[in-house]
Design a protein around this ligand. Structure first.
Ligand code: NAD
Length: 345
């Protein structure tokens, strides 16, 4: 075991790279700021100025100078870059979605396993106090078991406004639209909150007309334990709604609602005897502290510690592969006019 600072390099110097760089600082983890590579040189320069990383001239130079590589590029680049990083024995933090489909995502996970490196995926809501608390409430025996869930996620299509994304309307870079690019988080949280999804039936729509980029995806999900729920994912043009989720979990004797902030709630609940509760902010953070199983609140701090201790990280690439399988099944169902599709286990 070593506690030497981990040399971190960034592939991609955009929005999410900036987020992870800031989270690394906030975590207090022992890191050495190594290179950053982005073909958009201006972006690499401003990221470097803000973070203490230094721009390098190629992906290979970036990989050579790092112990762990953050893959924060648009989706079409992830598989190739992960392959190059793990071939050099580098630990990897790869953004979601891993790839355009589960087959490629599974190949990435297998490659990382074979190389024996620590790997983590940017399914960051696994660290959210709100979702941890809601899962705890839903699986409390007093709740009587989960019967149903209603998961709504809407935001303005992020090619405009504060995101002004240059690539999310391009199928060759993003792979698909709101479900793959954004709501893979929601699929992951549905698995986290309720359990394995066994069958899906779904429709998608494309109002904006970007080729292959659906802007509505609505799915009925049957879970392996018998619960039935819905996921509704929408990319609209209402610039007053940048990114909003509302989740209702119906148990036999308890209803749980997550709304407001993805991390800090509030999470509210009501039981059949009329008992009500609501937690948000610091109270929520405190309530979930004993539920964390050693994990922290900061995904990036946890990743660096896992690398230092040569331990597996969480959530790892396999967690993402499982979410990709559900996403693929939803697209397959939509392509078949809403026919039921079984999710391969
Ligand atoms: N976990 C989350 O909550 C979350 C949030 C936002 C984005 N993401 C994911 O992060 C990834 C990036 O999204 P973003 O919003 O930061 O996009 P962005 O456009 O802000 O940044 C992407 C950067 O990658 C660079 N790039 C493209 N090809 C490259 C290459 N071959 N080598 C190095 N750099 C390259 C681009 O020039 C761009 O600067 C996407 O996969 C996205 O889905 C995850």
């Amino acid at each position: 075991m070593t506690t030497a600072p981990v040399r971190i390099g960034f592939l991609g110097a955009g929005l999410i790279a900036t987020y992870h760089s800031q989270m690394l600082t906030a975590s207090g983890a022992e890191v050495a700021r190594a290179g950053v590579f982005d073909p958009d040189r201006e972006r690499a320069k401003s990221f470097a100025a803000a973070s203490g990383h230094h721009p390098v001239n190629s992906e290979q130079e970036l990989i050579d100078g790092s112990d762990a590589v953050y893959i924060c590029t648009w989706t079409s680049e992830h598989a190739r870059q992960l392959q190059a990083a793990v071939a050099a024995g580098r630990h990897v933090f790869c953004e979601k979605p891993l790839a355009f489909d589960a087959v490629q995502a599974a190949a990435m996970a297998a490659t990382a396993d074979a190389a024996g490196v620590t790997h983590q995926v940017g399914l960051v809501l696994r660290h959210s106090p709100a979702y941890l608390w809601a899962r705890h409430l839903a699986h409390d025996p007093a709740a009587g078991g989960v019967m149903s869930v209603v998961f709504r996620d809407d935001q303005f299509i992020p090619v405009q406004g504060q995101y002004a994304s240059t690539w999310r309307a391009a199928r060759d870079k993003a792979g698909a639209g709101t479900l793959l690019e954004h709501s893979i988080h929601d699929v992951d949280m549905l698995r986290f909150l309720v359990g394995e999804v066994s069958t899906v039936s779904a429709y998608t729509a494309n109002f904006h007309g970007h080729d292959g980029i659906e802007d509505v995806a609505t799915a009925v999900l049957r879970f392996a334990d018998g619960a039935v729920g819905t996921l509704n994912s929408v990319w609209h043009d209402n610039l007053a709604r940048p990114s909003l989720r509302r989740v209702e979990v119906f148990c036999a004797r308890r209803q749980v609602v997550i709304e407001g902030h993805d991390w800090f709630g509030p999470v509210s609940w009501i039981d059949s005897d009329g008992t009500e509760g609501s937690l948000s902010g610091g109270e929520l953070v405190e309530a979930v502290a004993p539920l964390r199983d050693g994990a922290g609140i900061n995904p990036d701090g946890d990743f660096v510690r896992a690398v230092q201790q040569r331990q597996p990280a969480a959530p790892d690439l396999h967690t993402a592969v499982a979410a990709h399988r559900v996403v693929d099944a939803i697209y397959a169902s939509a392509a078949a006019g809403g026919a039921a599709v079984t999710v391969p286990s």
